[in-house]
Design a protein around this ligand. Structure first.
Ligand code: DX5
Ligand code: ZN
Length: 216
């Protein structure tokens, strides 16, 4: 079981402090949302954040949730910046491009992940299995932190688990808190992106520990 904090809703002027607090309680992967205002109606971070992150936290994985329909210009830039894991959305580019970029990630030593939004059926995952290390099941419509977990997602997670078998990691992203993390885990998820819940009480470490107790 892995908790991957999303920094989207962290205080951006105190990112380093936030990341340090989470690393201090054993977090070894951060989920970094990349949005360019086209695939989703919001803007977030660029490649420099990833290179700064890897310089300061070289032992911590940078998981890039890539929400853009412009892979050709941007994927190489994020790989170059030090991405450890990159998550590409089904539907953000043609299937042939998706295949090309998943192969590109593998040949550059980056773990490739297929992400599916709530409106994408679980069965698209099957044909990409040989190329991916994890499936990301979005449990909200991507674009913003602080949304509510979509209840139907539990069924979607179960369907993905049937398709990928027991060994591939399934990550969930969106609306994960001390109630929904249990629902997602019971449905078959084992990696949990957590954003706004971590920043609710001003103490990220405590929030991580609370969630860990629930899923262990
Ligand atoms: C939403 C992003 C998420 C977001 C999660 O599009 O992909 O990673 O930061 O935030 P919460 O946990 O607040 O839903
Ligand atoms: Zn995300």
């Amino acid at each position: 079981m892995i908790i991957a904090p999303s920094i989207l809703n962290a205080d951006n002027l105190n990112l380093k402090e936030n990341i340090k607090n989470a690393v201090a309680v054993g977090i070894d992967r951060f989920h970094i949302d990349i949005m360019d205002g086209h695939f989703v109606p919001n803007l977030s971070f660029g490649p420099q954040l990833i290179s700064d992150f890897k310089r300061e936290f070289p032992m911590t994985d940078a998981e890039i949730h890539f929400m853009s329909n412009n892979p050709d210009d941007l994927i190489p830039a994020f790989v170059e910046a030090g991405a450890d894991i990159m998550e590409l959305h089904y539907g953000a580019m043609s299937e042939s491009k998706l295949n090309y970029w998943l192969d590109y990630l593998a040949s550059n030593g980056v773990d490739a992940v297929l992400a599916i939004k709530p409106d994408i059926p679980a069965d698209v995952v099957e044909k990409f299995l040989p190329k991916i290390k994890q499936v990301l099941v979005m449990t909200v419509n991507p674009g913003f932190g602080g949304q509510s977990f979509i209840a139907d997602s539990a069924e979607k997670i179960k369907q993905v688990r049937e398709i990928v078998g027991p060994n591939m990691a399934i990550e969930v992203d969106g609306g994960i808190n001390d109630r929904t993390i249990k629902i997602a885990k019971d449905a078959g998820a084992d990696v949990f992106v957590v954003g706004s819940y971590l920043y609710e009480n001003g103490n990220i470490a405590n929030q991580v520990l609370k969630l860990e107790k629930i899923i262990k």
